[in-house]
Design a protein around this ligand. Structure first.
Ligand code: CO
Length: 202
């Protein structure tokens, strides 16, 4: 009996952990915060970064920023096919050089069903730390450069809809309103199940 109870508690705990590590959807306020630098690379940072990578692969994305899991830190994960680097986790990244301009269609895991044209620099030079605390410098072009810019925008609280061409922004406005309504609905259902509310209802 005790053994079964322990198993149940363990399962509930796992399910809960799994549940909280999910991609935050627009317009969650955390997406608009300027994230804080990572001061120390400890086990929590490494473990969360690994989980972020899993989540990104599951969602078939090429990049994910910490605020997108509700964690307001300057950490991103990315994996773009063809890039010449082994690291997938980047800490406190900064763009130090930008060159050229290119307009391409872009999406974001925090905006399901939203695609639009965004102007970005064609080439960037980025400095970041990896999980070992090594300082690295990268030159990126094309999609790789775009992903760096998109993810670094995330940790500054900037979203791709801010930079979308006026025509694209207009085209996605209906879907954005829908996401806002869905968010409000989720928020009110959380309130209903909160203990204080339940107590008030009794
Ligand atoms: Co994004």
């Amino acid at each position: 009996m005790n053994y079964e109870l322990n198993c149940l508690a363990f399962l509930a705990c796992c399910a809960y952990n799994y549940f909280i590590m999910e991609i935050v959807i627009y317009p969650a306020p955390v997406l608009r915060l300027k994230a804080k630098p990572v001061e120390e690379i400890d086990d929590t940072v490494s473990q969360r970064a690994e989980e972020m990578l899993e989540l990104m692969y599951e969602a078939k994305g090429v990049g994910l920023a910490a605020p997108q899991i509700g964690w307001s830190k300057r950490l991103i994960v990315k994996d773009v096919a063809g890039e010449k680097i082994d690291d997938k986790v980047f800490i406190n990244p900064v763009i130090i050089e930008e060159k050229g301009e290119v307009i391409e269609e872009e999406g974001c895991l925090s905006f399901p069903g939203v695609l639009g044209k965004v102007m970005r620099a064609e080439q960037v030079v980025v400095i970041a730390y990896n999980l070992k605390g090594e300082r690295l410098e990268f030159e990126a072009v094309g999609l790789d450069a775009r992903v760096w810019q998109h993810e670094i925008d995330h940790i500054d609280g900037r979203l791709f809809i801010d930079k979308m061409s006026p025509a694209s922004r207009l085209a996605v406005s209906g879907r954005l309103k829908e996401l806002e309504r869905e968010y409000q609905k989720r928020q009110s259902s959380y309130q209903i199940s909160a203990p204080s509310k339940l107590k008030a209802d009794v």
